[in-house]
Structures are given as structure tokens and as C-alpha cells.
Design a protein around this ligand. Sequence first.
Ligand code: SF4
Length: 409
Amino acid sequence: MSSKDQNGSRRDFLKVMGLAGVGGMLAASGGLALAATEPPAPASGAMPQRTLGKTGVKVSSLALGTMWDTPTNQIVLKQALKLGVTYWDTAESYEGGRSEEGIGQFFKKNPQARGQVFLVTKSYDSTRTAQIFDQHLNQSLKRMNTSYIDMWFVHSLTSIDEFNKPHIKAWAEKAKAEGKIKHFGFSTHKNMEDILLAAAKLDWVDAVMMTYNYRIMHNQKMKDAVKACHEAGIGLTAMKTMGGGPVKFDGEGDPALAERFLKQGYSAEQAKLKAVWSDERIASICSQMPNLAILSANAAAAMDKTSLAAEDLRWLKQYAEATRCDYCAGCAGICEEALGQAAPVGELMRAMMYYRSYGDLGRARDLFAQLPTAGLASLSAHDLARAERRCPQGLAIARLLQEAQEHLA
Ligand code: SF4
């Protein structure tokens, strides 16, 4: 379906739902701004826990993503613990190492906290050698003032071939035998479905963190992938659960979400989290929570015992369909093949997502700067049109690549 058709679909959807024009009304009245800045209801009750696959470990259903400056925000770590958000996720690369250092500062000051936290860190390096893994793991242990990591992930896989290697399996077994890691797996936000389906056939993957949200949870291939991993006992953590994409917010779609769910007492963001939690196979949602407001709102959603009604889940599914050309589903194998591997479209869309949906121009530009973009100039209109025809989301790839170069280069 073309972007033009999709825009028609979105308007039809909002009309059917009686929400066309709500965006303008809310914006004009300040209603949207009020909804976004109102202090969240204080979290109360107990943080739910779910079992992380064959590890057998009970983890908090909300995980603290720490891709932010933890040394200067120790209060967020303290409050997370208080709220029962005891699954903490970091990576050796986050904030140039400062994320791990801040967690280490916290454990040094609060040594009793280490035993309460399920600590996850990750290693990214394109070579993925045992030497690099050793280097990163030892560095993480030192930075975080701990003798062990609960879950150690090979970060950001784009293909199972990067992971399914004898030396990686042997390295994980050795690190476990030495007591440096307890469990082992990987994270992925690109070509996730193929990677998950392949991982389900390996018997040495304890858990996986992957992009999973109200948009892609309905794709048949993703459904098959989650089922296969779950049946294989692989613990599943969802990330990127807001379903943000590379397309500029147009003031129409999100107010429709806000309108529907505010009436029920929670925000659109909380509804999106609840949609993912409705899948019991997902042990936890890892959410970036750099401040107390987001932590409190997310924890309140987790502790709230009300599930989304079937009608709400259906509505979100329809909304996702009507706005699908705003979202990149990470199936980069499709568009990159159509472009003869001349451009890292998936990563460029991710950079645009940081810019457009997260409003984080700095991170978007950093990511763009790391990407091999020399081939962009050689892409022909014919090639780009072919990639757009193949894109299952109907993204305006040519326009978005142009915008990426204009704003992020
Ligand atoms: S641009 Fe389209 S084909 Fe490429 S990764 Fe995104 S959704 Fe998939």
C-alpha cells in the first residue's frame, strides 16, 4: 500500500472512530500539553513479576533502561528499586560507559542493592571475538562494582550468523563456569523475526531482548517467532514498545490515542505498555526511564491491575494499521536487498526515529555519523521506487533518506 493510500486509511480510521479533528481541538485547547505534563498518578501496589523463560528467574515486568546519564541521576535508580523495578538494563557503550559507571556508583554506596537487582549488560562490537567479549565483560564488572552479571547480551544482532558461532557458545560457557555471568543471550532490533526463529533452534540461548510493540506484535511472522522462542524456553524482553517511527508527528494520530485512553484514566504511553503486557510470554518491558516522571508513570501502569479490554486492543491494532507508513518495522533485509546493499536503510530509519519520535537530535546525529552512508548519493530513483514497493510498511523511503541527509549529516 502506498503512503498516499495509507494517509487515506488513517483519515478513514479516525473518521470511523469519531476522532478526526481531535488533534487540532486538543492542541488548540492545550489539552494535549496538559496530558503530557500532568504529574502521573503515584505508583501503588506491588510490581508484578514474570518468569524469564528457562532461567527460572522472576523479574520485574518493567525493566529500567539506562541509556542516560546515571551518575547525575542516582535518584532514579534509588526510586526504581523502591518501586520494585529490579530488572536493570545497560550496555558497555551507553553514554560512553557512564551508564555502567553510575550503576557502579550506586552499588558502591548501596551494596545491599546488588542482590536485589537483575543486572543486564551488553557488548557491541562488529568483530564479536572472544577477546572483545572478555574485554567488555571485565570492564563492565569493574565499572559496576560487581563480581557477576545476571544476563549478558551480545548486542544488536542483525543476523543469526553473527551469533551462531562455536567460539561464541564456548565463550558463554566459560564465562558462566567462571561465575562472571549467570545467563546469556542477545538483543536485536533489525530482522528480528528471522533471528528469533533461528535462535529458537539453538539450545544455548537463555533470553532475548527484541523490538516488540502494539504495531509489530500482530505480524504473523513475529507471532511465529515469539511462539517458537517461548516454546524453546527463551526468556523474552520487549523494547521499543512505544512504536515510534521515522515520520514527523503530524498532530493527528497521537491525539487520537490520547483522547481514547485518557478517558479511561491512563495515557497513550501507558496503554501501549499494557498492550505488550497483555502478551504473557513477554517477561518484561525494558523502557528508557531517565527521570522520575517517566519512571512513576510506567510503574503505575505496571502496578495497575486493569488489563486493556479486547476492544481497546483491537482499536490499537486498527490504529497501528492506519498509521503503518509512519513506522519502520526493522525488516531491513527487504529494502536493503532492493537497493543492492548500497545503504543501511534500517539504521537510517532508526536514526530518524531518534530524531522524530524521541526528539533526540544528538543521538540521531551520532548514529548517522557511524553509518556507511557514502552509497546514498548513488541511489537511483528507480532503485528507491523498487525498495518502496517492497517495503511492507509502505514507508516513503526516498523522502526519508533525503530528510536523514538534510537533518542528520
Ligand atoms: S524501510 Fe520498510 S522494508 Fe526497510 S526496514 Fe523499514 S519497514 Fe522494513
